[in-house]
Design a protein around this ligand. Sequence first.
Ligand SMILES: N[C@@H](CCC(=O)N[C@@H](CS)C(=O)NCC(=O)O)C(=O)O
Length: 216
Amino acid sequence: MKLYIYDHCPFCIRARMILGLHKLAFATEILQNDDETTPISLIGAKQVPILQKADGTYMGESLDIVRYIDEYAGSARLNETIRPEVQAWFDRFSEYGNHLIQPRCIKIGLPEFATPEAIAYFQHKKEKTLGSFDKNLNKTAQYLQQANEELQQLNDLIRDSGCLNGENISMEDILIFPLLRNLSIVRGVVYPQNVMDYVMHMAENSGVDLYFDRAL
Ligand SMILES: N[C@@H](CCC(=O)N[C@@H](CS)C(=O)NCC(=O)O)C(=O)O
């Protein structure tokens, strides 16, 4: 099986997590961010993740991929329950997190941004919703304060460092870990103990790398 991704893409982390947690071997291809031809030729949309299944067919949509792989692995069925307070945390983070994360993504040498054209494509697209990357970077202190307060809330929702709900890997982990992984690109985040333990543990178990060593 093969996964087409961007390294920074949180939806791609969902797919990488389920494959990694099930210890399934898979190849990855990191597309250039401005490569529209490849994804459109595979699934008819300029979007990743894309899974090439063992039979050679292609599948998009991260949660479809997660459910497909979970069933394919056979050994477990992902718990679909998401506590409303975890969903609410996800929804809040989704509103402000990219103001911190996306302007930094083009600055740490990620493979999907190998050319000036790929960087310009991403920046142009994201600035339409976020506003200028430079202005967002200048507001780091404000967004950081918000992130640090939110992490305190999340700390109380983490029941075990191995899985958020304290019982089994669930859709809660599939939603939340990708956001925390990408937040590791931001320098100055204050991680409460449960959050840090969870991030480190899930990164190890899923084989998804973190950005702490390159944080800006
Ligand atoms: N609903 C899709 C969303 C995937 C998505 O939005 N992926 C982003 C990357 S994070 C993408 O490919 N965007 C197109 C682009 O960047 O041009 C899923 O869950 O897989």
